[in-house]
Design a protein around this ligand. Structure first.
Ligand code: DAH
Length: 337
């Protein structure tokens, strides 16, 4: 008998004793690891096989296979023994299943996706643009005067190389028009950044969805109907909208628009501060100067643009009183959606 066969016989004996003494499924598993595991005895023995004289190989190989089979059988029996109960690490098939927690979409993403779906049905194509922008696309091309306060370092995050974190999704309008011939009909949802002090209605980074429609003979009536359709798809058939004159550098005329209060329906309540309306965002007819900046002929093409704050829409939909809840990632809050 050569030394390898001796080791095999000793291993079978030792495995049998250990399996007999096992008190739990884990002990059986330890036997498997010791003898048959990747770094266990049998793989090591198989490497020793090469040093066996040729005339003994056949006998040794047979002993090796038989030993390994015996140990595997001991292990199988051991596993079956503990699976039948009596051991707490075994599976009790009579217990009810455990429900795993299921992840869900964040309410902000939920609303963003809904916005995109609504505008897609009206023919707007979703696009995206970079969060790290240059001054040209975020301000200059959008006809923003050199001394406009929004350019200030107090309001916008600047990188040392002069680029910025975009303060609005409006630069995506420019990027699309620069690379596409009219007509254009896009929406661009995304993250924007401002140096605001966070409070119940302001955050340093939040989400907007930008809309742009350029074609021949586009009018303010088209803008109003798109906004009204959006409002009703989002909050129900009873919603009305109103446009108020405003100013944006990139639109002329510009408006701010309000939805009739989604809570009281316009009668007046604390959400709408008794006005019956809730301010939503800005919009307007694209300024001819912006069209010229991207090489469109303002005599031929006209269009409208609008911006929406996604957190604002989410707060109205779910009656969330404070924007900060959306970012604290408190699961007690998030689990409600
Ligand atoms: N970019 C504006 C903002 O951040 C929102 C806005 C207003 C977008 C008017 C537009 C627009 O496209 O026409 O406040």
């Amino acid at each position: 008998m050569n030394p390898v066969i001796e080791k095999i016989n000793a291993a079978v004996k030792s495995a049998a004793e250990k399996c007999a003494a096992a008190a739990a499924a884990a002990d059986i598993e330890a036997v498997r690891i010791e003898f048959l595991g990747r770094n266990g005895l049998f793989p090591a023995l198989s490497r020793e096989m090469g040093s066996i004289p040729a005339e003994q190989r056949r006998e040794t190989g047979a002993a090796f296979n038989a030993g390994r089979q015996q140990i595997q059988q001991l292990i199988d029996e051991g596993v079956a023994r503990f699976a039948k109960g009596g051991d707490e690490s075994a599976i009790d098939t009579s217990l009810p299943g455990r429900r795993r927690p299921v992840g869900r979409k964040h309410p902000v993403m939920e609303i963003a996706d809904e916005c995109v779906a609504i505008f897609s049905r009206m023919g707007f194509v979703p696009v995206s643009g970079p969060e790290m922008e240059d001054i040209y696309h975020n301000f200059d091309a959008l006809n923003t005067p050199a001394d406009h306060p929004s350019r200030d370092e107090q309001d916008t995050f600047y990188f040392p190389d002069g680029r910025i974190l975009r303060s609005q999704t409006s630069p995506v309008q420019i990027r699309v028009m620069e690379t596409h011939e009219p007509p254009v009909r896009i929406v661009a949802p995304g993250r924007v950044f401002r140096r605001d002090t966070p409070d119940a209605t302001h955050g340093m980074n939040f989400h907007q969805i930008e809309g742009l429609y350029i074609d021949r003979d586009v009018s303010m009536a088209d803008l109003k109907s798109v906004l009204l359709t959006f409002a009703r798809e989002m909050y129900g058939e009873k919603i009305n909208i109103r446009l108020r004159p405003h100013f944006f550098p990139f639109t002329e005329p510009s408006v701010e628009y309000d939805f009739s209060c989604v809570v009281c329906g316009g009668k007046g309540c604390n959400v709408c501060k008794n006005s019956g309306y809730i301010e939503i965002a800005g919009a307007g007819m694209v300024d001819p100067a912006v069209l010229k900046n991207v090489g469109y002929d303002p005599e031929k093409w006209s269009g409208f643009a609008f911006g929406l704050g996604i957190e604002r829409l989410a707060m109205l939909r779910y009656r969330i009183p404070d924007l900060r809840y959306l970012y604290e990632n408190d699961v007690r809050f998030l689990e409600q959606f």
